[in-house]
Every structure is written in C-alpha cells, then in structure tokens.
Design a protein around this ligand. Sequence first.
Ligand SMILES: Nc1nc2c([nH]c(=O)n2[C@@H]2O[C@H](COP(=O)(O)OP(=O)(O)OP(=O)(O)O)[C@@H](O)[C@H]2O)c(=O)[nH]1
Length: 135
Amino acid sequence: MSIPHYHVVAAIILHEEHILCVQKGIAKYSYVSYKYEFPGGKVEADESHQTALRRELWEELSLDIHVGKLYHTVFHAYPHFHITLSSYLCSAISIATLRLTEHIDYRWLLPVALPRLDWAAADLPIVTKLARGSL
Ligand SMILES: Nc1nc2c([nH]c(=O)n2[C@@H]2O[C@H](COP(=O)(O)OP(=O)(O)OP(=O)(O)O)[C@@H](O)[C@H]2O)c(=O)[nH]1
C-alpha cells in the first residue's frame, strides 16, 4: 500500500517580534502527539494555500490573518505518511480573538527561543531558519 502524501500549510504569525507556536494534543501517531507546530493544516482539493491557511486559522484559533510571502517549504517522510509543509509569513488582524479549539497550549516566542520547544520533526528546518534570524 502506498504511503499517503499531504500538502500542509503552516502560518508563521508574527506579532511584536514574537511568533505563535501551538501544541498539538494526543494524535493518532505518537511521533506527532503533543508536539509544537505552526497553526495550519491540510490543503483541500481545489483550495489555494492562502485560502487553506485563512480557513484553518479561523477554525483552529478564531484568528483572521493576512497571508504574506512563502517562507520555506519542507518535504518530510513520517513513518505512516509524507508531507510537503509550506510555511508562510503571516500577521493576525487582531490577536484579541485568539481561542484554542484543537490545540492544548500556545506560546508567543522570540525566534531565537523557538528551538527550546519540542517541535514536530517536519518543522525543524523552519524553526532553525527562523532562530538564525532569517526573516
Ligand atoms: N498544522 C500543522 N501541521 C503540521 C505541522 N508540522 C507537521 O508535521 N504537521 C502535520 O501535518 C498534518 C496536518 O494535518 P491537519 O492538522 O490538517 O490534520 P490532523 O492530521 O491533525 O487531523 P485530521 O487529518 O484528522 O483532520 C498533521 O499530521 C500534523 O501533525 C505544522 O507546523 N503545522
């Protein structure tokens, strides 16, 4: 049986020099359970990356966002599925509406502090690039 491949979009939300990091709860696979990630999700058929990001951010966090430029794209092979993870620089229209509906925690961190969290493996190249100060 072939391994599924998903296109996933992730929002790097910058606010006053901090970046929003969200923690996943228990998941089907232990290697993504409780990991930090950037908010976002799978792109649906016939959906643009921008539309998918705005939909996911509204569903997951009640955040209305502006989607800016593509930051970094990563291919990662997890044991049971593969993802192409496209991260975009984004800003929230207001962070006052932020409400967790799916995640169990969130943090606003300076880029240099991002590597202290326990990230999903696919995110590590993005986290490393941000922490090196490349924005
Ligand atoms: N949103 C998001 N997902 C990520 C990141 N890194 C990463 O490996 N992923 C993985 O990419 C997949 C995104 O799918 P998703 O959030 O739409 O859906 P899900 O698997 O949690 O649930 P679902 O398929 O039942 O709706 C998850 O397996 C998630 O663990 C990231 O930075 N942001």
